[in-house]
Structures are given as C-alpha cells and as structure tokens.
Write a new protein. Structure first.
Length: 339
C-alpha cells in the first residue's frame, strides 16, 4: 500500500546548472547592423462587439477579434480578449489596460477594436468619432443615452495619454471621423534611433461617410500586414507607419474604393516621433538578458522508507520509482529557481 510520510530528516540533493536566461528586452538590428533597444515586451487588448442590444448585429466581429488575437499571440504578444462588452465593461477593460499593463514604460501596447463606429458633428462643424459598446442606444432615438454609453475618440485619446508605455498603437475596424490624429500619407522611413522614441498611433478602417462590411477586408489585410506583407523595405520588421500605408492601399483595392483607411500619429510633439514596431517573419530579435537567471536541473530526493509518497510544497509529486544503494529514490527533473 502506498503511504504518505512527512520526513523531517529527508535527504535532499540539488544538482543545478545554468542553462537559460530570462529575456529582459527586445532589441532590433537595423540595416546598418546597429542594435536598437525597443521594449521589454508587448501586450494587446482585443475587443470585438457584434451582439448589439439596439444596433444591427455584426456577426463577424467576434470571430474577427478572435483571429486577430490568435495572430498576435502567434507573434509572441500577451493578449487580453474581450467580446461583446457593455459600456461599463469596455471602460473597465480600458482602465485595466491603462493602469495595469500600461503602467510599464518598457512595453508596447496595442488596442484593437472591431464593431460599430459613429460620428457626431459638433457646433464648430468639427466631427467627433465614437466606438459603440453592446448596450449603446441609437443616437437618433436616444442621443443622451448614446452620449452616456458610447466612447468618444477624445476619451480614447485620454486613455492613450494616460498609458505610460513607450509605444501605443490603437486600431479600429470601424468607420468614424478620426479627429485625434494627424493623417499621414508620406512614405515610411527605415527604422532608426528615432523609431524607439515615444509615440501614440491610430489606424481606422475608413472615414466617417463609409460603411465597413461585416466580412472584414480590413481585418484580413491587418493580419497579413503584421505578418510581413506590410514590410515595404524588407528589413524583417513592420512599423505602424508601414502598416497604415499597406492598409490604405490594399483595403482600397480589395473594396473597389468603397473603404479608405485612415492612419496617423497623435497631435502632440512629445508623442509623435517614434514608430510602433512589429517583428515580422524574417526579422531579427536580440533578447537582452535580465539580471536574474533562471536555472534548470535535477532534484534528487532519497529516503530509507519503502513505498513513500513524495510531496513538495504541499503538491503530490508522485511515488518512489527506483532503488539507489538500498535507499528509496524519487527523481524530479526540471526544478527551477531564480538567483
């Protein structure tokens, strides 16, 4: 019969060797051969709203969000996915992003939204864009309720400014007026030291007078772009500027001119110098080691009691599996620790 013992005098031997390091930063190698340090890691918040209470449902938005999240995870990003959030739930997710992952300066933050968009004309004649959570009323029927539930681009800009992370890219698979950013149409430049400076960038699927189809061409071109099709200079990396140019040309082409993506940087001289960078297929990432190495090795536990069950930190690690010099031996491989 297998028995459980707690043995104070149990002999424990650690055989450890340093075989790997925790990676502390992502550094890209540019055409000149120089290495440019970017950030420690990436985090993305991906939101899809398709099951609306008042607006026409968008059957593809949920799947679009899942596909984008899967693509980003495949590129090594940490991803939070939120589907069909109410206004309160979406604001909570944005607050969690801002004051959670977004508090880390040494990080790149991506926000991707798929769902309805709306534009309001202000008294000045300027247009203000909105993203539309699940429980938002129609503005024609309940303008006050719409203003209460919808999230304006001014609010989005505030979230972008509250985030402390170096690079922030916000992508909207919806159409509305993008008043918070300066539209860019110039050719993107090669990655340089300037690219690593702080930036807030925005991309929308179309202008306020256009309709985004439920079968999203924008989503498909976005995924293809970050995986390498937007790498115009073939250096192995995709900048947000390259991605915006790729979406501008490809989406217009595939929609026969019915959809014109908009892209640009925030109107702020402190946050418009850098460029969000994706490591595409073929790109070189140099991982900078942290100060704390992770070690792996073998943990050898021996006791002169036959049929013992071994517990480590309260977890059942199995029973005896062989004999060693007359003693019962339990072997556990892959022990790790932080120095």
């Amino acid at each position: 019969m297998m028995r459980r013992f707690v043995i104070p005098s149990l002999s424990v031997f650690f055989i450890l060797s340093f075989v790997s390091l925790v990676y502390g930063a992502i550094t890209v190698k540019i055409n000149s051969g120089k290495e440019i340090r970017l950030y420690k890691d990436y985090h993305a918040l991906v939101v899809g709203v398709g099951d609306y209470d008042y607006w026409p449902d968008l059957r593809g938005s949920g799947n679009d969000a899942k596909q984008v999240a899967q693509a980003l995870k495949g590129m090594g990003m940490s991803v939070t996915t939120v589907l069909n959030p109410t206004s309160a739930e979406l604001k909570k997710a944005l607050n969690n992003l801002t004051y959670g992952q977004g508090r880390e300066r040494d990080r790149a933050i991506l926000f991707f939204y798929s769902g309805h968009g709306e534009t309001e004309v202000l008294a000045t004649g300027q247009k203000l864009g909105y993203i539309v959570p699940k429980d938002t009323p129609l503005p024609a029927r309940d303008p006050s309720g719409f203003a209460d539930k919808a999230i304006s681009m001014n609010q989005i800009e505030t979230y972008a400014l509250r985030i402390k992370s170096k690079h922030v890219l916000m992508v909207f698979d919806s159409c509305f007026s993008g008043t918070v950013f300066a539209s860019l149409k110039s050719a993107p430049t090669d990655i340089s030291e300037k690219s690593a400076r702080a930036v807030r960038q925005f991309i929308t699927a179309g202008s306020d007078e256009e309709q985004v189809p439920d079968e999203s061409v924008f989503k498909t071109c976005f995924i293809q772009g970050i995986k390498g099709e937007a790498d115009f200079n073939k250096d192995g990396y995709v900048t947000a500027s390259e991605l915006g140019m790729h979406l501008d040309s490809s989406v217009v082409n595939y929609t026969l001119g019915s959809q014109h993506p908009q892209y640009g940087k925030i109107r702020n001289p402190e946050l418009d110098k850098g460029d969000f960078i994706f490591v595409a297929s073929g790109g070189t990432v140099v991982h900078e080691p942290s100060l704390f190495p992770v070690t792996t090795g073998t943990l050898l536990v021996s006791a002169d009691i036959s049929g013992a069950q071994v517990y480590i930190d309260g977890t059942d690690r199995g029973g005896v599996n062989d004999r060693h010099n007359g003693a019962t031996v339990f072997r556990r491989n892959g022990a790790s620790g932080k120095g």
